[in-house]
Design a protein around this ligand. Structure first.
Ligand code: ARG
Length: 463
């Protein structure tokens, strides 16, 4: 094939070495940005026409050419070329081939430095919306499950030791709250993504009478960047975005860890659907929780991307440096990972079967209502510390007798405090314990139902 001319050929006596072309190219991955590159170029061409920098009819021809290229790419008919390095040059070169020298006017008043910053901002803006939609969908699934399991009791844990009885609904809603913050973080990050860098040109701006406010309006940007050096140097919007994704993955990974534990025989709290598990090639009895395990595993990739980007940026002087081309693979990979993880978890979760008896049994055999006994004594006027110590002694006694607290006779219990009456027994059951936790944000069914209603309303209102 005829080797294509580089835009910088005028200054060069030699052509680029092939090894250098394959080392420096980004078209193998930045082709993902094609629709945003075209969207940005169309807006830029419109602005060039409107300001009279190029004639209107030429601007129109450029726009039509760009639209045609967009269609070809969509249909898979576009031939991406490594010697044209990146998405910007691939599209511009094809434009000129299509519409002739008029195509050479498109790059007036811009550079690839502000162009790539623009493409990434447009791309991240779109992805923020997609990921937010997935997070909302997942919240809805969890809310639905919380409603279904409003009577399911399980042990709540601290230090992975059974701590206090809680409703499974309450546990599930904890994740809804995390996802709520994840959405809020993304929406805050979007404020810093949604800024137009185009028109900063290589780094100093331009002498041509461009209208950046107009381009910003065309592309739906809220603001225009105010320092051309910063605009082509800045990747913090992108690092912040991956930080948001890292927290999402950290949350999903914690859930994945719980599902993996709960599916294990030691817990046996849940059974994962067959369709979401795999077997062993050697041990016929096995059913493995690969989906949650892989979510836990893939979390490392996203954290790794965050560190790559921070490290890539920390030592480069202003303004644009080619190092920054390396931002794309980690960003793309993180976005793919988060979307795939959210998608598969959302599909799997409603099909999990919860073993209610096992969960309840784990609560009863755990002295997990000891705190309720302490609060009972507090209600009878005893100072908290004293009540704690007395209950502690009672638990020790019960352990020795191999009995649950509510299996001790009133006579046995009374030996520890004369304040204790028959009304202690309902306090010591898991149901009684849960019902009593009426404090705001607590695990009582009344409160959990109220939280479900609140979250439903908020999610419906898009908050
Ligand atoms: N492929 C480049 C990147 O991803 C586009 C900008 C290139 N600019 C340049 N001066 N070489 O950052």
């Amino acid at each position: 094939m005829q080797r294509l001319k580089k835009p910088w050929a005028g200054r060069f006596k030699e052509k680029t070495r092939e090894s250098v072309e394959s080392f420096t190219e980004s078209i193998s991955f930045d082709r993902r940005l094609s629709r945003y590159d075209i969207e940005g170029s169309i807006a830029h061409a419109k602005m060039l026409g409107k300001t009279g920098i190029i004639p209107i009819d030429e601007s129109k021809r450029i726009i039509q050419g760009l639209k045609d290229i967009g269609e070809e790419i969509k249909a898979g008919r576009f031939k991406f070329m490594t010697e044209l390095e990146d998405i910007h040059m691939n599209i511009e070169s094809e434009l000129t081939r299509k519409i002739g020298t008029v195509g050479e006017k498109l790059h007036t008043g811009r550079s690839r430095n502000d162009q790539i910053a623009l493409d990434m901002r447009l791309y991240l803006r779109a992805e923020t919306k997609k990921i937010t939609a997935l997070l909302r969908g997942f919240q809805k699934t969890l809310l639905f499950m919380a409603e279904t399991h409003i009577t399911t009791i399980m042990p709540g844990y601290t230090h992975l030791q059974r701590a206090q009885p809680v409703l499974l609904s309450h546990h599930l809603l904890a994740y809804v709250e995390m996802l709520k913050r994840d959405i809020a973080r993304l929406s805050d990050c979007l404020k810093r993504i949604n800024i137009l860098p185009l028109g900063s040109c290589a780094m100093a701006g331009t002498s041509l009478p461009i209208d950046r406010q107009y381009t910003a309006r065309l592309l739906g940007f809220e603001r225009v960047s105010q320092n051309s050096i910063d605009a082509v140097s800045d990747r913090d919007f992108l690092i912040e975005f991956i930080f948001c994704l890292s927290i999402i993955m950290m949350h999903l990974s914690r859930m994945a860890e719980e599902l993996t534990l709960w599916a294990g025989e030691e817990f046996s709290f849940i059974e994962l659907p067959d369709a979401f598990s795999t077997g062993s090639s050697i041990m016929p009895q096995k059913k493995n929780p690969d989906v949650p395990e892989l979510i836990r595993g893939k979390t490392g990739r996203v954290f790794g991307s965050l560190i790559s980007l921070l490290t890539m940026m920390k030592g480069i002087p202003l303004s644009y440096n080619r190092d920054m081309q390396e931002d794309k693979p980690p960003v793309f990979d993180s976005i793919d990972t988060v979307k795939a993880s959210l998608f598969v978890l959302n599909e799997m979760l409603p099909e999990i079967r919860f073993n209610r008896e096992r969960m309840l049994k784990a609560v009863t055999r755990s002295y997990s209502t000891a705190t309720d006994m302490t609060e009972y004594l507090v209600r009878k006027g005893m100072p908290f510390r004293k009540a704690h110590a007395i209950t502690g002694k009672l638990v020790l006694y019960a352990i020795k007798k191999e009995k649950n607290l509510d299996e001790l006779s009133l006579g046995e219990i009374k030996r520890f405090s004369a304040l204790i009456e028959k009304d202690i027994y309902p306090v010591l059951t898991p149901e009684g314990s849960i019902k009593a936790k009426v404090s705001e944000g607590g695990t009582s069914p009344v409160e959990v139902r109220r939280q479900i209603r609140r979250l439903r309303r908020q999610i419906k209102a898009g908050r």
